[in-house]
Design a protein around this ligand. Structure first.
Ligand code: SF4
Ligand code: SF4
Length: 230
């Protein structure tokens, strides 16, 4: 599937998820509530392309300069993609233990406690919601049902972005850094491993616990309808 079509599907998935989030009650999430905006956010390369393509050349240059300037800072680098984790679960294997940096640092893009590119932010940012302000409690208070729904979106986006890659937000952007080249001069994304990223995998099965199998049906129908219409 070509990139423009995958981008259209990605936008459709973002919209379905936005409608889903809008239906949730009692969320504490507000503008300038930024504790979830950390250097540990992850995304796919398709989402990196979507973010960068939405920027003016000068914005893109500034963004990449900022990310490059903080490239040596510690950050979470996932060991597994979501679909790889699903494979481990299906095969009843113990996944490797992920490790996070001791100190949680803010996302390199964060400015004035807000996201300058909010409409283009990746799903790893969109899926953060909490019933209580994370900063007041030290963690996000998320319903299990929301975790299930978010996982379905993560698996679907990963499946959509094949043969793309998945990894830390900064690493994905660095892998796409073409110095502002245009058209044919644009750099092709490198092999995932060479860029410190993981290759996206097909969805072996959606990770939906039995108690959510009925409740998730309208979301699955919306996702299927999107795929059929594209
Ligand atoms: S997820 Fe937490 S930190 Fe982020 S906006 Fe919501 S309450 Fe604030
Ligand atoms: S990309 Fe934007 S929404 Fe995502 S963590 Fe960074 S500042 Fe926050």
């Amino acid at each position: 599937m070509d990139v423009p079509r995958r981008i259209r599907l990605l936008e459709g998935l973002y919209q379905i998820h936005a409608d889903f989030t809008a239906s949730l009650e009692s969320l504490a999430c507000r503008l300038h509530c930024d504790d979830c905006c950390t250097r540990n956010v992850t995304m796919t390369t398709l989402e990196g392309i979507y973010l960068l393509d939405g920027l003016q050349p000068v914005e893109r240059k500034q963004l990449m300069a900022t990310v490059r300037g903080q490239a040596d800072q510690p950050r979470y680098r996932p060991l597994l993609t979501t679909n790889t984790l699903a494979r481990y679960c299906l095969e009843e294997r113990e996944p490797p233990e992920e490790s996070h940096p001791e100190k949680i640092m803010p996302c390199p893009l964060l400015a004035d406690r807000a996201c300058p590119f909010y409409s283009r932010r990746p799903f790893g940012c969109r899926c953060f919601v909490s019933r209580r302000r994370c900063g007041d409690h030290g963690y996000a208070d998320v319903d299990d049902w929301v975790v299930t729904a978010n996982t379905v979106f993560l698996q679907t986006i990963e499946n959509l972005d094949r043969p793309g890659c998945f990894g830390n937000f900064s690493d994905v952007l660095l892998s796409l850094d073409d110095g502002g080249a245009k058209g044919d001069e644009k750099k092709s994304p490198p092999a995932c491993e060479a860029a410190g990223l993981l290759p996206n995998q097909p969805t072996p099965a959606l990770m939906i616990p039995p108690e959510h199998r009925e409740k998730i049906q309208p979301l699955l129908q919306a996702i299927r309808a999107l795929a059929n219409a594209s």
